[in-house]
Design a protein around this ligand. Structure first.
Ligand SMILES: C[S@@+](CC[C@H](N)C(=O)[O-])C[C@H]1O[C@@H](n2cnc3c(N)ncnc32)[C@H](O)[C@@H]1O
Length: 335
């Protein structure tokens, strides 16, 4: 086995599209550890970020790719990294000859290319199509990386769905089928590795507050999209939901709490009844820079901010939130 995991992957070759589609390294490493086995096939290997990580953990990797230009990068990257246990297979992963060649693999992985054709995703938008892979390949362990917003209703109930975020941002939904399955629906926060798993017996109502307590936190996106906020709140009895939408989830607590899903923390310093009141207080607090954290027309953001920061001269940076018609001045506290 080669030592990809210990080497920086800075010298890799790629085309822009291949790089854009490639697996983030934190996820590639996690998946390589999780799927570690004897022989693993990567169906649609792209420029090879995931395949190279597989090579660092499994004994042998078979990387299938049908785009000739991407194959050049894949081969070059394996050479650059000095990887000798990776075999590149040129062609369509659904070609019977390749399926035959890959019989007897311990695990199959695919991070298909994706192109949405309708308002919501469907399996037909993915290539190779995971349903075809499952029909045509005989195997016990399958893993697929599919778009995070793929409708859960199209997935079979006995598959594991894992929403993976990196530094608080949702990046992938991984689906595990057969022996590769370990958990029910879950959210995984990388690089810390914190995981929250669904509890089917849990009351789905969430503890809410309309105004913040002493602390406000940004919550990891994976919890919103996996619908596992009730599980998070059950595990964090001091925390309540403050605001939730597709862009952000904010929670609050009276005493400071930490954890992998609490991505940014803010200490609430003051409240204000309107912008003028906020400006007076910011000035007294020697704040010079104000980050606005409430919903507004994005084209007005900088105009609004300039208006507020005019005449503010301090060195401090504050965050301004709005809840229940009141403004709240807070300061970021680094982990
Ligand atoms: C999302 S990229 C994979 C990125 C890869 N995980 C990485 O880390 O670089 C998907 C790749 O699958 C390839 N592909 C799509 N359909 C395929 C098929 N039927 N057979 C083989 N490769 C295919 C595409 O050319 C593309 O390079």
């Amino acid at each position: 086995m080669t030592e990809v995991k210990k080497q920086p992957m800075d010298n890799l070759a790629f085309d822009q599209e291949g790089f854009r589609m490639s697996t983030p390294q934190a996820i590639a490493k996690y998946k390589a550890e999780r799927l570690k086995c004897g022989n693993i096939a990567d169906l649609g290997a792209g420029i090879g970020i995931q395949a190279l990580h597989f090579a660092a953990y499994s004994e042998r990797v078979f990387a299938v790719e049908n785009d000739p230009s991407r194959l050049v990068y894949l081969r070059k990257n394996a050479e650059t990294m000095g990887v000798h246990n990776l075999e590149v297979i040129e062609g369509n992963a659904l070609d019977p000859k390749i399926i035959n060649m890959l019989s007897g693999m311990d695990a199959f992985h695919s991070d298909p290319s994706r192109k949405r054709t309708k308002e919501t995703w469907s399996f037909e938008d993915l290539s190779p199509n995971p349903i075809d892979v499952l029909k045509k390949y005989k195997g016990d362990n399958f893993s697929f990386d599919i778009p995070p917003l793929f409708p859960r209703g199209l997935l079979q109930k006995d598959w594991e769905t894992e929403y993976i975020s990196v530094s608080g941002e949702l990046k992938r939904m991984s689906v595990y089928v057969g022996g590769a399955k370990r958990y029910g629906r879950n959210a995984l926060s990388l690089p810390d590795g914190g995981r929250i798993v669904e509890d089917q017996n849990l009351e789905r109502d969430v503890r809410k507050r309309s105004t913040p307590l002493s602390w406000i936190y940004d919550l990891d996106e994976s919890l919103f999209y996996s619908d596992l906020l009730p599980e998070f709140l059950e595990m964090n009895p001091d925390v309540s939901l403050l605001h939730e939408d597709r862009q952000k989830t904010l929670v609050t607590s009276d005493k400071f709490v930490e954890g992998p899903f609490l991505t940014k923390s803010y200490s609430v310093l003051e409240s204000a009844v309107d912008m003028q009141d906020a400006k007076n207080k910011l000035s007294r607090m020697k704040v010079g820079k104000v980050i606005l954290r409430f919903p507004m027309d994005p084209t007005k953001y900088y105009e609004e901010r300039r208006r507020l920061e005019k005449e503010l001269e301090g060195e401090r940076t504050a965050y301004l939130f709005r809840f229940g018609g009141m403004l709240f001045i807070a300061e970021r506290v680094e982990k």
